[in-house]
Design a protein around this ligand. Structure first.
Ligand code: FAD
Length: 552
């Protein structure tokens, strides 16, 4: 077997090493255009910020190690230029000498990744406008930062954009972020990004949402970014983080099928429309694990697993790629945001769903250091199957999203979340873990013993026609801020003040996070009132109606 692999980083290197473990005899050639293989793309921003101090640590495996330990024929600084499918050959070019040659294959794996998008704007090719994909990009940005930079603009507030912002601020650089959408971290639901926007504001980052860069101009002291709004932002470096585009040129020119957004089409074994050519990683179109729709998800975990699956299938195992859930996490200063499965905005287009919010602490409240988090759970109304989850907070966000990622993959329901037995002592969790809490609230909603309403639905009702809104918190909490038109009846007074509440109209109660609201709902229901709890309480209302810049 002669196996050629194009691309030597996440997907390509995983495929190559797995292939070697499965076959000592195969001739495996790994082509990589750049000088490095298997480097840590995900660590690049942290070297720029100085948190990772040794550049070599980013080189997870060297070409030499792949040659000696895995007996791989590694050819760095070598670009594969085209594929001759009929002749089962590729044409490769040694980028150092310029020599071109053909290499035959029995099987070919394409793992060329995705390239950062550089929109065709005036000035985009000016020297100070950077993108970040590999160590060479990182070195260029670092060299610019080391010259002394006072202000920078990051275009795009996605994962990589915000990682860059964090690291620029770490270097005491005044940073502005320009984002086309009306929220940061576009894969998340907007309200879940409120704490992240607030964290950026608290660190002095200017966040310009619903704005786009129109041109870059060279001035005497750096660049100026001109926005569509007319605003001009002085900036020394500009770093673009506006997304990536699959590197599909080889596939397209070879006549392989690609999807509408350019991802190379593959089956569940990761074979392209030519069964002798596999494709993995950021370059491919995948099946969304929850919706079943084709999508593109450029993440390292899927790329690594796909590399392994492709190698398995090539060497006779019946491995199948199950689809991508989009489990992702990002740290933005002291905040962490993580998600898995479908977001609400995807489900709005795709299928019926319900949602609940809980606002627990990451471990027992009484134990010092408890950090708040918001957890949003999306599930199927009929069956309770978990469809998606998002969390934002500090410590403990990662493990809750990981548990829910497993729940989604296992096809679990909110009723299973109620029953989950998770590790607990007060330093790590609560006897009722945030996962259990989300399960209780969602299951109560589906069983009907804890009826709930979304805060958006309460607010959307025309004045006078919506539910009678009752704030069951203390008068002090009510005075500090409440949902418009609410009346205050603290939960402890509710039983004695029932006469004040209407019996001919739905009563929607809310508290700070939903817990007192739940008790209030049960009191009112048992007193014969038509009562519902506003999901996630006032805290969810604040996520939807934020005061950005007002601190935490
Ligand atoms: P790549 O890792 O991009 O590798 C493809 C390689 O193919 C490239 O090195 C390229 O030079 C080579 N190549 C392309 N065409 C040819 C050719 N014709 N001939 C020879 N070689 C070729 N993901 C996460 O899940 N979590 C994170 O925290 C995270 N952080 C990131 C931070 C940054 C700054 C970046 C850039 C990415 C980050 N990612 C993260 C995304 C993750 O790195 C990618 O999803 C993953 O690397 C994709 O793997 P891949 O093998 O498909 O492509």
């Amino acid at each position: 077997m002669k196996l050629l692999i194009v691309g030597g980083v996440a997907g390509g290197a995983s495929a190559a090493t797995r292939a070697r473990r499965l076959s000592e005899d195969a001739h495996i050639v790994l082509f990589e255009r750049g000088p490095d293989v298997s480097f840590a793309n995900c660590g690049l921003p942290y070297y720029l910020g100085g948190e990772i101090t040794e550049r070599d640590k980013l080189l997870v495996v060297t070409p030499e190690r792949l040659r000696t330990r895995y007996k791989l024929d590694v050819r760095v600084r070598t670009s594969v230029e085209d594929i001759n499918r009929a002749g089962k050959k590729v044409r490769a070019r040694d980028l150092v000498t310029g020599r071109e040659y053909e290499e035959s294959y029995d099987t070919l794996i394409l793992a060329p990744g995705a390239a950062p998008i550089r929109p065709p704007l005036p000035g985009i090719d000016l020297p100070g406008v950077f993108t970040l994909r590999n160590l060479q990009d990182m070195d260029r940005i670092k060299a610019r930062l080391d010259q002394g930079v006072r202000q920078a603009v990051v275009v795009g507030a996605g994962f990589i954009g915000l990682e860059l912002v964090e690291n620029l601020v770490r270097r005491v650089i005044t940073t502005t972020v320009v984002e086309l959408q009306d929220q940061v971290l576009p894969p998340f639901d907007k309200e879940m990004t409120t704490p992240i926007a607030q964290a950026l504001a608290a660190k002095g980052v200017s966040l310009l949402l619903s704005q786009s860069a129109e041109a870059f101009e060279q001035g005497s002291d750096g660049l100026t970014v001109r926005l569509k709004s007319g605003q001009r932002l002085p900036s020394q470096p500009v770093v673009l983080g506006v997304g990536v585009r699959p590197e599909n040129r080889l596939a397209v020119e070879a006549g392989l099928e690609v999807g509408p957004r350019g991802g190379i089409r593959v089956n569940q074994h990761l074979q392209t429309s030519d069964p002798d050519i596999y494709a993995v990683g950021d370059a491919i179109e995948v099946r969304d694990f929850v919706t079943g729709e084709p999508t593109q998800v450029p993440l390292a975990g899927p790329a690594n697993r796909q590399g392994r699956t492709a190698a398995d299938h090539i060497f006779g195992l019946d491995s199948r790629y199950r689809g991508t859930q989009g489990t992702a996490i990002v740290r933005v200063f002291e905040r962490t945001a993580a998600m898995t499965g479908a977001s609400e905005k995807v489900l709005l287009r795709a299928r019926p769903y319900r949602k609940v919010y809980v606002h627990p602490t990451h471990h027992a409240n009484y134990y010092p250091g408890a950090e708040a988090m918001t957890l949003k759970l999306l599930f199927e109304p009929e069956t309770g199957r978990v469809l998606g989850a998002q969390a934002v907070g500090g410590a403990g966000v990662d493990k809750r999203i990981d548990v829910l990622a497993v729940a989604i993959q296992a096809g679990m329901t909110v009723f299973d979340l109620e029953e989950m037995e998770l590790a607990y002592s007060p330093q790590y969790g609560s006897a009722k873990d945030p996962i259990n809490m989300a399960g209780f609230v969602a299951a109560g909603l589906l069983r009907g013993d804890h009826p709930q309403v979304d805060v958006e639905d309460v607010l959307a009702a025309p004045a006078g026609s919506g539910p009678f809104l009752v704030d069951v918190r203390t008068p002090q909490e009510f005075e500090a801020g409440h949902i418009p038109e609410a009346v205050n009846v603290p939960v402890d007074d509710l039983r004695s003040r029932l006469v004040e509440l209407p019996r001919d109209r739905e009563v929607a109660v809310y508290c700070q996070v939903g817990q007192r609201g739940y008790l209030a709902t049960r009191i009112l229901q048992q007193a014969g009132l038509d009562a519902v709890n506003v999901s996630g309480g006032y805290k969810t209302y604040q996520l939807l109606h934020p005061k950005i810049g007002g601190g935490r």
